[in-house]
Design a protein around this ligand. Structure first.
Ligand code: BV8
Ligand code: ZN
Length: 246
């Protein structure tokens, strides 16, 4: 039996699978990941600061102008479309085999693909808010108001609703993700290097039957997985769903 056939069989038998993913889920939609050779963190964008320093809370506070320039240039891919993997997960949810997507991505592509239950651990580029009064703004407000977007209500800075390094994650989102993972019968982990915490630690709440890894490179969870697939995740998920449900 091929890996895809095995995965298809497991998905067909699951009634509360959960998908835990990262940037590798969107590379087949044309969005670079962070830590692969051509990832965002390996692109020499700025001589003084590393990309990870520029995606941090301190940098946002100290150098807002450079932060927004970097952010508009490197994080926003508004024309990216969901790929076959996003669509396969939405179909699995519709068929009642998947209960939630837990993602570290901020591109919102799972929702565009039709997934209903999505926990965005690191927020979303599609939402922004005023740090002073909380007024809500969309992504175009941030894109159009250069160099720094200021709130029309109170003049405060409008910040993308994205968890930067050194910022806490939303406790409701974490709570929902932990509940889903703890109740899952199958956990598919894919397109993530499992390096960033506390997100990467959430998979340790899984105690179900099938742990599956779909990732081009090795991760810390491979040793515990029943099945490790070193193939493009979008293609693999789509083939497995086709295998399972025709
Ligand atoms: C926190 C938002 C409490 C913006 C992100 C030392 C110093 C300072 C801090 C720390 C430290 N040690 C630990 C920390 C905490 C830090 C952290 O974990 N740092 C890491 C780098 C060690 N975490 C935090 O700061 C978190 N907050 O701890 O708060 C606190 C409070 C006050 C003070 C201190 C602490 C906040 C973390 C959230 C940061 N924001 N993103 C943005 O989008 O950049 S994280 C960023 O990394 C993205 O969100 C991304 O999703 C995430 C994880 O990366 P991955 O998704 O896994 O992507 P990656 O490129 O790494 O891997 C992709 C994988 O897919 C690869 O393995 C590749 O092979 C594979 N792949 C690619 N294509 C495919 C594929 N596989 C299959 N098919 C394909 N087609
Ligand atoms: Zn305001």
């Amino acid at each position: 039996m091929t890996d895809v056939e095995r995965l298809g069989k497991i998905l067909a038998q699951s009634s509360s699978a959960v998908f835990f993913g990262g940037a590798g889920m969107s590379t087949e939609s044309g969005i670079p990941d962070f830590r692969s050779a051509d990832g965002i963190y390996n692109q020499k964008l700025n001589k003084t600061f590393s990309p990870e320093e520029m995606a941090s809370h301190n940098f946002f506070v100290k150098h807002p102008e450079e932060f927004f320039a970097f952010y508009r240039e490197r994080f926003v891919y508004l024309d990216a479309k969901p790929n076959a993997g996003h669509l396969a997960l939405a179909e699995l949810e519709r068929r009642g085999h998947l209960s939630a997507v837990v993602t570290q991505n901020i591109d919102g592509l799972h929702q565009v693909a039709g997934s209903q239950v999505v926990y965005e651990l690191h927020g979303s580029i599609r939402r922004s808010y005023c740090v002073k009064c909380g007024a809500k703004y969309g992504i175009d407000f941030v894109m159009q108001n250069k160099p720094i977007p200021y709130c029309e209500v109170c003049g405060g800075t409008v910040k993308p609703d994205v968890v930067l390094y050194g910022e806490n994650l939303d406790s409701e989102t974490i709570g929902g993700a932990i509940r889903a993972i703890a109740q899952a019968d199958t956990l598919i982990v894919g397109g993530t290097s499992l390096i960033v915490y506390p997100a990467a630690g959430l998979i340790d709440y899984f105690s179900g039957q099938h742990l599956i890894l779909i990732n081009k490179t090795a991760t810390r969870a491979d040793a515990d997985a029943e099945l490790v697939i070193r193939e493009p995740i979008g293609k693999t998920l789509a083939a497995a769903v086709k295998e399972a449900f025709g």
